[in-house]
Structure formats: structure tokens, C-alpha cells
Write a protein that binds this ligand. Structure first.
Ligand SMILES: Nc1ncnc2c1ncn2[C@@H]1O[C@H](COP(=O)(O)OP(=O)(O)OP(=O)(O)O)[C@@H](O)[C@H]1O
Length: 264
């Protein structure tokens, strides 16, 4: 059995209300090893969220297939958790009860679950807020709670759709560092969607660079920086150089698609 997440020739077409066909994804091949942290990086509309939804079993591909640990993905699985851009906490539940929500929804809160929720709250630095309500927390703190919630069911795979995209730059960088520390303690396979080149370089083992119309992978980059990675990495020449090289990939891709548009 092939452990990990595999996409083989995945395409996705949507038909809009105006009956136009949108090629959201075309011929995407991707292999993600167990425990690997991979970013899906690309401009708005290149199909990043669509790809995550296919891996989550929330959307079927129009062509090709998606696999998790040797099984074709045809429906959502307990071993996969999703973190969205908005924390979507229930305002009438305490933070601890929000973290426990996935277990309550599944109808089983094992004895040790409360202890584990407390442990996760400590890992995301929210121990003092276990009994607080979402409205009492800042945006960054709410997102930390959402991350703790995504881990409570011990998933093998974490799908993160711009989880820090709504935060200011300072909070975002702090959460990047905290999340990487947490991920090293609780290793998971992570597919992380972002618009930010710097964020993808800081976080990932590998970056799948995506282009739009149709959405596809235009480059795959292995990030060479050793872990643990600290804030000082962001200031290094090697970091800037890799960010610049990836930016170049986007510039070349948009130049060539512009040429296709003007070509006779
Ligand atoms: N349910 C849908 N019906 C019709 N078109 C859709 C649907 N969902 C997505 N699309 C289209 O598919 C393309 C890819 O969308 P998707 O949300 O996956 O992109 P994205 O890269 O995640 O964008 P963003 O970074 O802005 O979130 C877009 O052109 C979008 O308009």
C-alpha cells in the first residue's frame, strides 16, 4: 500500500450559472509523502482550494483520481482535517469545547480527549483561555484554537486553506513559527495553501507552484533549509534568493500566457 497523498492526472471542470465551463484544474499530478509539509502556492483562481477539496473528499475530480494511503478518495475521511481561513468557532461554546467539537459531532468523546484538548491548548499557547469564549480572543488566538481543534481527532493529514491569510503580517509570522514548532511535535502530512511566497518558503519541505487557466502545477521546488527554522531565516540571503527565484517562475508563466493571448 502506497502511504501518503497522490493525485494522478486530476482535472476539475465547473459549469457556471451562465453555462460557461471553467477548467479549474488540468492534469495535476502530485505525490505527498507521509509527514511531508507541502505548500500549494499560486495566484487567485488557480485552483488551490479546489485541489484541497478534492483531497478532502468534498468534491469529486472530473478526471483522474486522488488517493490517500492506497485508497481512492471518494468521501471525507476521519484521518483528514481541514483548517480554513476563518476560524469558524461556535460563539456559544468555550474554547476548550470548541476544540472538542469534532469528537462531539462524531458522537464519541473518549475519556482521554479532555486531557488531549488541554494539551493541544497548551501547545497553541491558549491554556489560560480554555474557558473563555471566542469573542474574548483576538483573530490570531481564534485561529490557534481552530488549529488545536483540527488536531483533536489525531488526523494523519492536515489540509490548510490560507489559515493565516486574514491576519496581519506580524501575527502571521508568529503563527508560522508556532505552527512549525507544533508540527514538529505532532508530525502530520500537511497540504498548505497560500498566496505568500515567503510563507511557503518558510514553512514547507516542498512547494508546488501553480499557474492559472487552467489550474496546474508549473514547478515543484524542494526547500533546502534545515529545521528547526527560526525567525532569523527570513532575514538570510538564501531565503531572499529563493523567494526571488519563485517570483521569477510566476513572472515567466504570466509572460508566456500573455504571449499565448496575443499570439495569432
Ligand atoms: N463551485 C464552483 N462553481 C463554478 N466555478 C467554480 C466553483 N468553485 C471554484 N470555481 C472556479 O474555479 C477556479 C478555481 O477556484 P479556486 O477557489 O480553487 O481557486 P484558488 O486558487 O483557491 O483561489 P483563491 O486563492 O482566490 O482562493 C476559479 O476560476 C473559480 O471561479
Amino acid at each position: 500500500m502506497e502511504k501518503g497523498v497522490y493525485l494522478r492526472g486530476v482535472s476539475k471542470k465547473f459549469v457556471t450559472r451562465q453555462q460557461e465551463t471553467v477548467d479549474a484544474l488540468s492534469a495535476v499530478d502530485l505525490a505527498v509523502e507521509p509527514g511531508e509539509f507541502i505548500s500549494l502556492l499560486g495566484p487567485s483562481g488557480c485552483g488551490k482550494s479546489t485541489l484541497l477539496k478534492i483531497v478532502a473528499g468534498l468534491l469529486p475530480p472530473s478526471g483522474g483520481s486522488a488517493w490517500l494511503d492506497g485508497h481512492e478518495i471518494v468521501e471525507p475521511s476521519d484521518s483528514v482535517s481541514f483548517v480554513f481561513q476563518k476560524p469558524t468557532l461556535l460563539r456559544w461554546r468555550s474554547i476548550q469545547d470548541n476544540v472538542l467539537l469534532p469528537l462531539d459531532v462524531a458522537g464519541s468523546r473518549p475519556k482521554e480527549a479532555v486531557e488531549y484538548a488541554k494539551e493541544l491548548l497548551a501547545l497553541v499557547k491558549l491554556s489560560d483561555f480554555a474557558n473563555a469564549y471566542p469573542s474574548e480572543l483576538s483573530g490570531g488566538m481564534q485561529q490557534r484554537a481552530a488549529i488545536a481543534r483540527s488536531l483533536v481527532s489525531h488526523p494523519d493529514v492536515l489540509l490548510m486553506d490560507e489559515p493565516f491569510g486574514a491576519l496581519d503580517e506580524f501575527t502571521r509570522e508568529t503563527l508560522n513559527e508556532e505552527f512549525i514548532e507544533l508540527w514538529q511535535r505532532e508530525p502530520k502530512t500537511v497540504l498548505f495553501v497560500t498566496h505568500s511566497i515567503a510563507e511557503s518558503v518558510f514553512m514547507s519541505d516542498r512547494i508546488a507552484v501553480m499557474g492559472a487557466r487552467p489550474g496546474r502545477i508549473i514547478d515543484e521546488i524542494t526547500v533546502p533549509f534545515p529545521r528547526p527554522r527560526g525567525a532569523e531565516l527570513r532575514k538570510s540571503k538564501e531565503f531572499f534568493d529563493l523567494v526571488a527565484r519563485i517570483r521569477e517562475t510566476f513572472d515567466l508563466a504570466s509572460e508566456s500566457s500573455a504571449r499565448e493571448v496575443v499570439a495569432p
